[in-house]
Design a protein around this ligand. Structure first.
Ligand code: B4P
Length: 187
């Protein structure tokens, strides 16, 4: 089963996906942000190209992102849980995901929500190189314009659940784990 984690930058998608994958057998975390940062770190051609976008708070082009994850997604077995963190982020990526995923495997989209002041405080506290005030504003703007429409897309498919992400990390983790387990049992 593929679980899509949606929500603005800094809402805690990566924090939750990493914690859940560490706690549950057969649950894996795929973060496109982490894949990109590994390419940047390795100094690859892709990493050098991606860095320009990431440092500006813009999205890396769809064709690069789809190429990075399509194979991994197509290999998701029915008993596995793939926590997709940061992908899709555009309507084109959502279409590509639907085409690459095994039939009926996308059964849950978790929409993590928190207010802008909370997001900004968390991102400033994290202190990654793309977590400056100016770049954070740009990322929030890009999120609202390009990624937020996916909330309605998954709601229309009847698989969207909203998660109040202003609670403690532990409270959110327990809530999300319970939601995923209940959807797994519906199979
Ligand atoms: P990402 O790596 O996906 O980063 P993010 O959205 O900023 O963070 P996330 O929501 O996972 O928050 P986190 O858990 O870290 O993207 C980075 C860049 O990569 C993008 O801007 C873009 O350029 C590029 N990119 C990635 N995917 C792409 C795609 N598909 N297409 C195009 N471009 C793409 O949490 C943030 C902080 O809050 C942490 O310090 C954490 O400890 C804290 N925190 C979390 N939960 C908390 C809680 N409940 N209470 C208190 N603090 C909490």
């Amino acid at each position: 089963m593929i679980v899509v984690l949606l929500g603005p930058p800094g809402v805690g998608k990566g924090t939750q996906a990493a914690a859940l994958a560490g706690q549950e057998d057969g649950w894996t975390h795929l973060s496109t942000g982490d894949l990109l940062r590994a390419e940047v770190e390795a100094g690859s051609e892709l990493g050098r190209a991606a860095r320009r976008y990431m440092d500006a708070g813009d999205l890396v082009p769809d064709e690069v992102m789809v190429g990075m994850v399509a194979d991994r997604i197509s290999r998701t077995g029915p008993d596995q849980v793939l926590l997709l963190d940061g992908f899709p982020r555009t309507p084109a990526q959502a279409e590509a995901l639907a085409a690459a995923a095994p039939g009926g495997s996308i059964r849950l989209a978790l929409y993590f929500s928190a207010s802008d002041p909370v997001l900004e405080a968390r991102l400033m506290g994290r202190g990654r190189s793309d977590d400056t005030r100016e770049v954070i504003q740009r990322r929030l703007e890009v999120y609202r314009e390009t990624t937020a429409p996916l909330i309605a897309w998954y709601r229309d498919q009847g698989i969207l659940r909203e998660v109040d992400a202003e609670r403690s990390i532990e409270a959110i983790q327990e809530d999300v784990a319970g939601t995923i387990r209940s959807v797994l049992q519906e199979a």
